[in-house]
Design a protein around this ligand. Sequence first.
Ligand code: URA
Length: 228
Amino acid sequence: MMRLDKYLSDCGFGTRKEIKKIIKNEEVLVNGVRILSPSTLIQETDEVMVNNEVIHYQEFIYIMLNKPGGYISATEGNEPNVLDLIQEYYKGLFPVGRLDKDTEGLLLITNDGQLAHQLLSPKKHVEKEYIAKVDDALTEEEIERFKNGLEIDGYKCQEADIFLSNPFEYHVIIHEGKFHQIKRMFKALDKNVLYLKRIRMKNLLLDDSLEVGQYRYLTEEEIEDLKV
Ligand code: URA
């Protein structure tokens, strides 16, 4: 059992105050009956409708952010962080893994600790795909070295995949996530990454209709695909 306002807030209808207004001014039905009190207790199995639309209760929130540069992948501190970009408030949201402050692209933000753990566990070797713009082209031999697992500061990287997508622009696929990994891999070959963007994590692709700094909720299908 939970309060109707908590239920609606878990479903993304806003703050308690905003929800109070919705319940007062709009048509909120529970099992077909108009409810006017935010504290009404309901169950997850009850059918809740807001303005003729059935609401599906969501315990967890999954957000795809196209991270802009200038934001840190953290939930607090003095610097602008990625949660500052999310308009709605949900308890316990955090970014799944880290992108450097200047890195753009796909960042999953959720409060589902179990899924985050699965995606980040080194044992799972979850694929991450990046676009890296660099200051110098790689030779065939360097590409081979990249694929076979470069050494960065005494650490032997796992095998990676890399292909040229434009002059001075490479797609890189790695299965691990060491600190500054992509930048350090190129650095090991004496190249500098000038721009870095993540476009995929496992089978979740960055939605290219999202402008930098924009976000959207994952679809049911995307959530299911991430869990398999
Ligand atoms: N590799 C990096 O160097 N930076 C990132 O933000 C992600 C991967």
